[in-house]
Design a protein around this ligand. Structure first.
Ligand code: 6PG
Length: 232
């Protein structure tokens, strides 16, 4: 597990953008494609902005890249609470074919949206039961949630599904949600946690001691290799 500490979110984003380009190019060389699961929330936005700008934009192998979602609020894509709306607005106009974006359909609601995404992932993965993404980007809440898997909620403990519905109006904003399940997140080749602010950094540092009281948090159940990029 590699932790990287930066002085600012911009410095974090620049370093992670360069890491992502190197990883993407290596994955394309080795397997012909790069699959990146995008986190919702605000922390990854500076990274998304940089990937749509030079020099990273022309360095990324977009023709062989697929962008997927890690979680989504159960709202329509034009709703200002939608992770998709923020992601697309922040990336800007990428040279990425429409069928290389795999959007969670929040407009279907949490349960139907989760079922829909699971089916579409199955097709995207060529019918294999457990797709293996190259990299999953994740934010973390101050309560230790990742994606839309919240402490103590059934969705965080689901083992038999790849995509789960969080039917409670939970998180910020408090709405039902769709989320990749932990087994699918942990099946990825790499996971990268992006943390900003002292409270999240303190929680992350406490987690390194693996105290029993924190082991049940979704963030504690992330598999390795797990990169953690932190900034003020
Ligand atoms: C969401 C996000 C969420 C996020 C964390 C951190 O839909 O709200 O996916 O899980 O990653 O809450 O959010 P910030 O990066 O905005 O602090």
């Amino acid at each position: 597990m590699a932790d990287r500490q930066f002085d600012s979110p911009d410095a974090l984003a620049r370093s992670l953008a360069s890491f992502l380009v190197r990883l993407a190019r290596r994955c394309v060389r080795q397997r012909g494609r790069f699959s990146l699961v995008l986190s919702g929330g605000g922390t990854p936005l500076p990274l998304y902005r940089l990937l749509g700008q030079e020099p990273w934009r022309s360095q990324m192998p977009w023709a062989h890249t697929w962008l997927l979602q890690g979680d989504e609020r159960a709202v329509p894509p034009h709703d200002n609470r939608s992770n998709w709306a923020l992601i697309r607005a922040t990336f800007g106009d990428l040279p990425l074919a429409d069928d290389h974006w795999l959007r969670m359909r929040g407009e279907l609601g949490a349960l139907a949206g989760a079922r829909d995404y699971q089916l579409r992932l199955h097709v995207w993965a060529g019918g294999i039961d457990l797709p293996r993404f190259d990299l999953v980007l994740l934010g973390m809440g101050e309560d230790g949630h990742v994606a839309s898997l919240f402490p103590g909620r059934p969705a965080a403990a689901v083992q038999g599904a790849l995509v789960v519905a969080e039917t409670a109006a939970i998180g910020q904003p408090p709405v039902p949600r769709i989320s990749l399940a932990l087994p699918l997140i942990n099946a990825a080749r790499y996971r990268c946690l992006l943390l900003t602010g002292s409270r999240k950094r303190l929680l992350w540092q406490q987690l390194q001691q693996r105290p029993t009281r924190l082991l049940q948090l979704p963030v504690s159940q992330l598999a390795r290799p797990l990169f953690c990029y932190m900034s003020e």
